[in-house]
Design a binder for this molecule. Structure first.
Ligand SMILES: NC(=O)c1ccc[n+]([C@@H]2O[C@H](COP(=O)([O-])OP(=O)(O)OC[C@H]3O[C@@H](n4cnc5c(N)ncnc54)[C@H](OP(=O)(O)O)[C@@H]3O)[C@@H](O)[C@H]2O)c1
Length: 348
């Protein structure tokens, strides 16, 4: 009996391809001025410690599979279950001493309010002592000597002239505790970090960018290119809508944050927008495939961090990094599905 005996012949070709996909197939991009070569498909680690329906054993297997397939960029945050996701990443890095895995995490705002707003002061969110304290906590959770990329989990450009965040960056870099700093830009506010980038202190941005959310192309990406800032595209599936698996009847358990995000006024139009894409999906591909390939087509993005807990999602998402590009005519059609939204009470 060999590994293919149990596979339906219809699926044989796909399994054979996945079996053959090794780290030589993953594509890598230079991550701005850090000069790191990061896999164009990275790994988002929010859901695996924070969303309901996670299976711990499968999560560990999914992460190991991602490493085997050449994924080297992992995004977590202290706020993902108060350090639990960071601890999972720390264990992954220790299990793979021979591989250079890049660990990115985030400092929660001191007032624990998402998203940032100009109504909150920098002193309420990121005083120097808080930035240092949470970097120490993250170092402990990750069990690392230094954090590769430490990000501000929220940001408001009205804070740019305050000295605390600049002094914290200087101190933590000088002490060797953080190699690079980044900003995770608020949902649907891609321009709300442009001033911070212009200080030259920020090496990377993490921003929502997908078939719907194309606004980062207007101002943020050109500035990142100019300043050689690394770009992480987060929420590539619009929190699940762009996988094509949500329906207008989908519900989430009360303790899952998606129950507060996919409220009817969001879920219903989101499903409508996703369904409008269905006729464009080429045969043999899924909506998730085209969602990733759409982002990969943009050279201004260096890595995408899909949230993944299931091993078959890891396999199919990394499979998207095969270097094959979407046809220009399809890309042009997808571009027309841009959907500009503004922050609301439920958008977080
Ligand atoms: N403020 C911030 O800084 C911030 C906010 C949001 C997200 N993030 C980061 O961005 C990452 C990605 O965002 P996200 O996880 O919120 O949303 P996402 O990547 O847009 O969507 C994740 C969802 O898509 C599903 N999925 C993944 N691959 C799939 C596939 N091939 N087919 C069908 N379904 C698939 C996942 O299922 P399974 O989980 O079951 O595999 C999960 O339910 C996070 O994990 C986090 O690292 C940062």
């Amino acid at each position: 009996m060999n590994m293919f005996d149990s596979i339906n012949p219809r699926d044989f070709q796909e399994h054979l391809y996945l079996y053959c996909l090794t780290d030589k197939d993953m594509q890598y991009r230079r991550f701005g001025k850090t000069n790191w070569q990061v896999s164009d498909i990275g790994y988002g680690m929010w859901g695996l410690a924070g969303w309901t329906g996670s299976d711990e054993a499968e999560i560990e297997r999914s992460l190991d599979k991602a490493v085997d397939m050449g994924c080297n960029f992992y995004d977590t945050a202290w706020a993902y279950a108060a350090g639990k996701s960071e601890q999972i990443l720390g264990r992954l890095v220790k299990r793979n001493p021979a591989k250079r895995l890049y660990a990115a995490t985030k400092i929660p705002p001191m007032n624990f309010k998402w998203p940032a707003s100009s109504a909150y002061s920098l002193t309420e969110c990121y005083p120097l002592s808080h930035i240092v304290e949470y970097t120490e906590k993250s170092l402990k959770n990750l069990n690392l000597e230094a954090i590769d990329l430490q990000q501000f989990h929220v940001w408001d450009d009205s804070w740019v002239d305050h000295d605390d965040w600049k002094l914290a960056i200087e101190k933590l870099k000088k002490e060797g505790k953080v190699l690079h700093f980044g900003i995770s830009v608020n949902r649907w506010e891609p321009d709300n970090a442009l001033l911070a980038l212009q200080t030259g202190l920020i090496d990377a941005v993490q921003v929502i960018y997908n078939i719907f959310d194309q606004a980062p192309e207007d101002n943020l990406f050109p500035l990142c290119s100019l300043l050689d800032v690394g770009v992480i595209a987060r929420v590539p599936f619009d929190e699940g809508t762009l996988t094509g698996t949500l329906t207008k009847e989908t519900t989430f358990p009360k303790d899952d944050w998606r129950s507060t995000y996919f409220v009817p006024e969001n879920l219903i139009p989101s499903v409508d927008h996703a369904e409008a894409l269905r006729p464009l999906i080429p045969s043999g591909m899924t909506m998730a495939d085209i969602a990733l390939k759409f982002i990969l087509a943009n050279p201004e993005v260096h890595t995408i961090i899909p949230g993944m807990r299931k091993i078959h999602h890891v396999e199919s998402n990394i499979f998207a990094s095969d270097g094959a590009v979407l046809e220009k005519s399809l890309l042009a059609k997808l571009k027309k599905h841009r959907w500009d939204r503004v922050p609301t009470s439920w958008s977080q």
